[in-house]
Design a protein around this ligand. Structure first.
Ligand SMILES: Cc1cc2nc3c(=O)[nH]c(=O)nc-3n(C[C@H](O)[C@H](O)[C@H](O)COP(=O)(O)OP(=O)(O)OC[C@H]3O[C@@H](n4cnc5c(N)ncnc54)[C@H](O)[C@@H]3O)c2cc1C
Length: 453
């Protein structure tokens, strides 16, 4: 291994981190803090990846992630370390709803895990799934604990243990809203570690859900930051600056090797540049195919967020709590989810001064790059009217914004294109799974393994 000697006399290695989302920022910080000379290369013109800010109606809002999972305490500990622990806030406890057909909206059951009910007889479960659906689920879930315990996808497990009604009416909308995939494409062990062993042990999936939930600390499953999750990315960027990490923006990594990466700049005429290092960390998010110059094996879809800032006193009552997850195929709605951000986050309501912030998300091809801003704005207002059960007047909208994100590639596509040269390690969404808790915990483990080598 090549070694470079720093002015302090400490012996340091050189690391290249490709991708400046949260995963790349976390690894870069930990390596730099241990004395490694780090260069971070980011294709876009900003750091933070899927965590970022935009200003709508004069309000600084999260343009991507707006919360984190509290499980395991990983993110809270990390925020404490960054000096942001005091800004952690809990969402309003009123919870979210799920929407099926027009006018068919229900509060999400209280005792679930990813929508899988912990109590099939609870009124809030029967209300969504129906008496026949819950009776069928109870019949299936009476099978011995081994039945279905080998199912690796969330969809497969729920179908076998509780049937289609629970899957379609509860689990699919929740997984779609949180993970942007169908439950058939999501690994149980990744999003609910311990659930399959608990099924074998407890003898029913409902009991397994309750046992996994009992292990989690009491309180909200998610939390946020006063001022928005973008503060996390901003704090990390400040840390990289303090630690002397070299950051290259607008530099797309086209070729990756064990000891080097080749960059292409923004301008087509820019000649490729080769950077060498002892450690190469790939942190390019969950669209592995987007990485190395070539075209992705699967075309990545698009997630479009439409944000509306409006003034309508009827929304003060938060008619659907913190928001609504939409079941696929629900009549009359094109959005897949709505977050009533000012109902969810009291700090934001304070800043909004009586106005309301609604954030609606759309998958392609429902909304594509060809959809005009005006079309998106009126689609979002129409959907918000259906989802909130009231006709919203376009004249009350003070501002609107649009943000586009690449949808995660299916896991098997990431796997297929994931053969990396020896010595290149991968962090971030493609290997850790979606969500800040998973991404941060994994990136820290990888950084510590690299330093222990
Ligand atoms: C709209 C939205 C809402 C979300 N809400 C939540 C939430 O509330 N809670 C939660 O926990 N999670 C949420 N997530 C998910 C969470 O934001 C992500 O799991 C996490 O931020 C991913 O971090 P990452 O570093 O792995 O990837 P990314 O943030 O995607 O970062 C990857 C970076 O690599 C760069 N890059 C890609 N290719 C190259 C290349 N060839 N060369 C150089 N650079 C490259 C990209 O430009 C990007 O900056 C949300 C995501 C989205 C899109």
């Amino acid at each position: 291994m090549t070694e470079t000697t720093r002015s302090s006399g400490a012996v340091a290695q050189r690391a290249l981190v490709v991708g400046g989302g949260v995963a790349g920022l976390v690894v870069a910080r930990d390596l730099a803090a241990a004395g490694v000379a780090v260069t971070l290369v980011e294709a876009s013109d900003r750091l933070g990846g899927e965590v970022g800010r935009h200003v709508v109606g004069g309000l600084p809002l999260d343009a991507g992630a707006e919360s984190f999972a509290t499980r395991g305490g990983t993110v809270q500990t990390y925020l404490d370390e960054l000096g942001l622990g005091g800004d952690v806030v809990l969402p309003d406890p009123r919870g979210a709803w799920v929407q099926h057909g027009a006018g068919e909206a229900f509060p999400l059951p209280r005792t679930g895990l990813l929508g899988i009910p912990g109590d099939l007889t609870a009124d809030d479960v029967v209300a969504v799934v129906g008496a026949a659906g819950t009776a069928e689920a109870a019949r299936l879930d009476a099978a011995p604990g081994e039945v279905g315990a080998d199912e690796t996808s969330v969809g497969g497990l729920v179908r076998v243990r509780m049937g289609d009604a629970v899957l379609d009416r509860l689990v699919t909308p929740i997984i779609g809203g949180v993970h942007s995939v169908h439950p058939d494409l999501l690994s149980v062990d990744r999003v609910a570690p311990g659930l399959r062993p608990a099924l074998r042990r407890e003898g029913s999936l409902a009991a397994a859900v309750l046992s996994v939930r009992a292990l989690a600390p009491a309180g909200s499953a998610v939390a946020g930051l006063r001022g928005g999750m973008a503060s996390l990315a901003e704090a990390l960027v400040a840390e990289l600056d303090r630690l002397g990490v070299e950051v290259r923006l607008g530099a797309h990594v086209a070729v990756l090797d064990a000891g080097s990466v080749t960059l292409t700049g923004d301008a087509p005429a820019t000649s490729p540049e080769r950077l060498e290092a002892d450690i190469v960390v790939l942190a390019v998010g969950d669209g592995a195919g987007r990485v190395l110059g070539g075209r992705p094996a699967h075309a990545a879809g698009l997630i479009t967020l439409a944000t509306l800032v409006l003034r309508d006193e009827r929304l003060d009552a938060a008619p659907r709590g913190t928001g609504v997850l939409v079941a696929p195929g629900a009549d009359g709605v094109r959005a897949k989810a709505l977050t009533h951000a000012t109902a969810k986050w009291p700090w934001l309501a304070e800043r909004a001064g009586g106005r309301h912030v609604l954030r609606l998300s759309y998958d392609s091809p429902v909304v594509t790059a060809a959809t005009t801003d005006d079309e998106l704005r009126s689609t979002a207002l129409a959907d918000a009217s259906v989802l909130l059960g009231m006709s919203l007047d376009p004249a009350t909208v003070e501002d609107a914004a649009r943000v586009e994100w690449s949808a995660p590639l299916p896991q098997e596509a990431v796997g297929a294109s994931s053969s990396l040269p020896d010595g290149v390690v991968r962090v971030g969404g493609a290997v850790a799974g979606r969500g800040l808790a998973a991404v941060i915990a994994h990136a820290r483990r990888v950084a510590s393994d690299l330093l222990a080598r």
